[in-house]
Design a protein around this ligand. Structure first.
Ligand code: ATP
Length: 399
């Protein structure tokens, strides 16, 4: 398919498919607390992080999001000084703290760490845990600090309690207070909610975000949970295969994913095979105007495109076989809604989300209608797809 595109257009396509940082989110150098520049880390023959560049801006909460093994933890550990990059550099507050030859140790970097298991000292009280890293302060200063931090994390009443007398959420707040006590330039949180049960996790997300914002601290968090990343972060960096595939505001990466990978990783994604011809986009569910596609230029006229559609963009209606666009092949009940998987006549697979009262039978012929009041993301056909299969939709990924 790419043979139909000029070399310049193919370059644009590649750029579109892979953008290391959201250009719309760039900020002045002075605003960058932490900068990773072309950082690479290998373990034997395994490249865990591959020439990754990313900046963390003053006061923001940035989340590294991606599937298991994509290099999130290794990236966080290099930020902390727990791992040393093979090449590239890490800058903290403008100073190089690691490159291919040197690495400042974690205790000599101005970073705070919150571990998955909170790592509290069981024999120390809450106040003693919080005070643990405050070595260069008078007793009075330490006491004042403990008071203000316990107030911040709403644990003043538990000052003398031991960790095992606290709930999981309270232990997490102690861990946060302890990491904030030395006033780090940046706080690093490794899967901070993974040790909490599902209900508490949702509650703590909001609470932790509120605490970080009130403290005004710059923070980086790691997760593979897309809902968590989208709901707590100022920016999300979606990682794939050791590098950042796209970074930007949660709304920006969700609504305008720059690659199929990002589109598929953030929620359910279906791709409609389209053809841009005669000022119209032909798809298996009907013809769209080019204006419906985000940023589509005439340069792509006469080419094939894949159009991203999410479950809430589509509605299915049962019709006769003769009128049908496809058939329902799967039904998922989520409580408030049903999500129907529909296989279209050309083999594309899309999802349609309906209110929980609209129950349709598996196997029924349906038409699928676009019901979206936003522009749709689109992608040039895959360069690497085997001949004859390049127009088939990718299997939608679910979280
Ligand atoms: P997860 O979400 O499962 O924690 P991740 O995205 O955090 O995954 P990393 O833990 O950074 O991924 O691992 C990236 C790759 O590097 C993986 O293939 C992993 O097996 C490998 N790796 C990480 N640490 C080591 C190590 N100490 N020795 C050998 N290989 C490692």
């Amino acid at each position: 398919m790419d043979s139909e595109l000029s070399n310049d257009t193919q370059d644009m396509v590649r750029k579109r498919e892979r953008t290391p940082d959201d250009p719309g989110e760039s900020s002045p150098d002075a605003d960058r607390v932490l900068e990773l520049d072309g950082v690479t880390k290998t373990y034997g023959s395994e490249t865990a992080v591959d020439s990754l560049s990313l900046s963390v801006h003053e006061g923001e909460l940035l989340t590294l999001l991606g599937p298991s093994g994509c290099g999130k933890t290794t990236t966080l550990r290099m930020m902390a000084g727990l791992e040393r990059p093979d090449s590239g550099s890490v800058r903290l507050d403008g100073e190089v703290v690691a490159d291919g030859t040197t690495s400042v140790s974690p205790e000599n970097r101005n970073v705070g760490l919150v571990f998955q298991d909170f790592a509290l000292f069981p024999h120390l009280t809450v106040a003693e845990n919080v005070a643990f890293g405050l070595t260069d302060a008078t007793d009075e200063e330490i006491d004042e600090k403990i008071t203000s931090l316990l107030d911040l994390v709403n644990l003043s009443a538990h000052r003398e309690a031991k960790p095992d007398e606290l709930s999981g959420g309270q232990q997490q707040r102690v861990a946060l207070a302890r990491s904030l006590a030395p006033e780090p330039a940046i706080l690093l949180l490794d899967e901070p909610f993974s040790n909490l049960d599902v209900r508490l996790r949702v509650e703590m997300r909001e609470e932790v975000r509120a605490i970080l914002k009130e403290a005004g601290v710059t923070a980086v968090s790691v997760t593979h949970d897309q809902e968590e990343a989208l709901s707590i972060s100022d920016r999300v960096a979606v990682m794939n295969d050791g590098d950042v595939e796209q970074a930007g505001r949660p709304e920006s990466v969700f609504e305008h994913p720059e690659s199929r990978f990002v589109a598929s990783f953030l929620g359910q994604a279906g791709f409609l095979s389209g053809r841009y011809e005669d000022d119209a986009i032909e798809t298996p569910i009907g013809v769209f105007t080019p204006q419906r596609l985000n940023g589509l230029s005439e340069e792509y006229a006469g080419t094939d495109l894949d159009v991203l559609v999410r479950p809430d963009d589509l509605q299915a209606t049962v019709v006769s076989e003769r009128e049908a666009d496809g058939h329902i092949i799967h039904r998922q009940y989520t409580g408030p809604s049903f999500v129907y998987r529909v296989e279209l006549g050309n083999g594309d697979v899309v999802h349609c989300q309906h209110n929980h009262v609209k129950e349709l039978d598996i196997g029924k012929p349906v038409t699928v209608e676009l019901d979206a009041d936003h522009t749709l993301a689109w992608y040039p056909p895959r360069e690497d797809a085997p001949e004859g299969t390049e127009r088939r939709a990718e299997a939608p990924r679910t979280q």
